[in-house]
Design a protein around this ligand. Structure first.
Ligand code: ADP
Ligand code: NI
Length: 218
């Protein structure tokens, strides 16, 4: 019988090893930030701490985007590992449910599983997609996909709004309007809502500055 601290520590080592060659948007540093966000949110929430921390650590263990759309691979690898280190069955299933519902179904708006623990880790993950880190991750992703940063001919500045542009080759600035600026209002917990409001404000300042510089203002 190992204690919770040891379970978390062993999981962190496992995840760090597995993500050694991960791309920068989903690398071990992303996991560390999400883990830290999770612990911060947990300070004011009543939830199963072990489930939350383990899920934060394991949530991007195998992104289906890089595994031919296999939505079960993340939960499966996480489950096998947790069984191996002796976590109870109930918690293993809970962690798997959260990982599954945070990725695929969530992106389709079809989440059919709810728990306090899911809300917490989802908030923690979403917080890492906004603010300064969120901006860095977006342009990193855009560069990885060889996208333009902004192109007023494709999307004129005045047309950028909260309207969703589902154009997969759109310049990276587009991603702010299709996702990043919408995340503030999707937060579940009080702590995340507060942090998200600040990070949202920072992104709006960034965009204002960006367009100013783009247009040669000083
Ligand atoms: P998650 O962290 O929830 O797994 P994703 O895998 O969708 O999120 O994206 C990883 C990172 O890449 C996030 O910071 C996200 O904002 C960014 N990203 C995803 N799609 C795009 C896009 N089309 N343009 C720019 N950045 C993107
Ligand atoms: Ni993530």
């Amino acid at each position: 019988m190992i204690d919770n601290k040891a379970i978390i520590q062993q999981t962190a080592v496992f995840v760090q090893e597995r993500l050694k060659n991960a791309e920068a948007g989903h690398d071990w540093w992303h996991i560390q930030r999400v883990w830290n966000n999770t612990k911060l949110i947990l300070e004011t929430e009543d939830a199963d701490i072990l489930v939350c921390e383990l899920t934060a650590l394991l949530h991007d263990i195998a992104d289906s985007k890089f595994h031919h759309g296999d939505e079960q691979i993340g939960p499966r690898i996480a489950g096998e590992f947790l069984q191996h280190i002796g976590l109870d069955k109930g918690r293993i299933e809970h962690v798997q449910q959260i990982i599954f519902n945070m990725s695929f179904k969530a992106s389709l708006g079809q989440v059919d599983f709810h728990s306090k623990e899911l809300e917490i880790v989802q908030d923690a993950d979403r917080l890492d997609a906004i603010g300064a880190i969120g901006i860095a991750r977006a342009f990193h992703y855009g560069g990885f996909k060889n996208r333009e940063i902004y192109n007023p001919d494709i999307i004129p500045q005045q047309k950028l709004s909260k309207e969703v542009y589902k154009n997969t080759t759109a310049p990276t600035i587009n991603h702010f309007y299709e996702k990043l600026l919408l995340l503030r209002d999707k937060m579940n917990t009080a702590t995340a809502k507060q942090i998200a409001a600040e990070r949202h404000h920072f992104m709006e300042s960034f965009l204002q500055q960006f367009y100013g510089e783009w247009n040669g203002e000083r």
